[in-house]
Ligand binder design. Structure first.
Ligand SMILES: [Zn+2]
Length: 239
């Protein structure tokens, strides 16, 4: 993790409604374009909670900051890092509130999206023992929870942007149609129902009603389902 910079208290101006001088506000907008995943990975949770700093301390910091504008300019490279952090706060806050997550852990990524056995496999298969709970990858409304033909017992969650995630072959579903869920909420249990070759979760993503490969789609949202990693602060593409 990065060393604290002497100018670091500066960032509280951005987060806590203390007026920001026009120069750094402009700079924050400019640097937003250069904020990459590496900066985002620093994450707001790595920072001390600004709420624990009393208003009078913040005010002193602000006064000190205004009095030392030239010092801030000299420390430009350090300041740039701080500004990048500050501008990423809005992104990370949004991602924390409405993240994309893995549907479960401890699975084997088995069958990718694509043609299999002469027909299109419209999702990905995550092999896990029967009865393993699985969770919503993103917030939304449950539009299907029950038997769904070849999908067996399945759950469909429609996200706010209209995309849908289908979770198939469950041994049981644990939500009801019409229910609102958040990322990480349990939807059901992994199983082997419908057209299934063994206990696994079939995950499918539909955009504009059409299935697409969930792997890159999730990667753009900070979830690498092949490597079984999720970045709570990685919602770069969606911002
Ligand atoms: Zn499948």
């Amino acid at each position: 993790m990065r060393q604290r910079l002497s100018s670091e208290p500066d960032r509280y101006r951005g987060r806590r409604r203390v007026p920001t001088p026009p120069r750094s506000r402009y700079a924050a907008v400019v640097t937003t374009a250069f904020v990459g995943a590496g900066i985002v990975a620093l994450g707001a949770n790595a920072l001390p909670d600004a709420k624990s700093v009393s208003p009078s301390v913040l005010d002193e910091l602000r006064q000190a900051s205004i009095a030392s504008q030239d010092a801030a300019a000299r420390a430009d490279s350090a300041d740039r890092a701080t500004r990048a952090e500050r501008s990423s706060d809005a992104t990370t806050d949004a991602a924390e509130q409405d993240p994309y997550l893995l549907p479960l852990h401890g699975y084997d990524f088995k069958s990718p999206y694509g043609v299999r056995w002469g027909k299109l496999h419209t999702g990905i298969d995550l092999v896990a023992p029967e009865g393993t709970p699985y969770q919503a990858i993103h917030s939304g409304t449950v539009t299907k929870a029950g038997w769904f033909g070849g999908y067996g017992y399945a759950v469909i969650v429609r996200h706010a942007d209209g995309t849908e995630a289908i979770y198939g072959h469950s041994s049981a579903v644990t939500v009801k149609e019409g229910q609102q869920v958040k990322a990480g909420d349990q939807l059901g249990l992994v199983g082997n129902t419908g057209h299934s070759y063994g206990s696994h979760l079939h995950l499918e993503v539909h955009v504009n009603g059409q299935p697409l490969d969930p792997v890159p789609w999730l990667q753009e949202r900070g979830v690498d389902i092949k490597l079984e990693t999720e970045a709570l602060y990685g919602d770069v593409a969606a911002s």
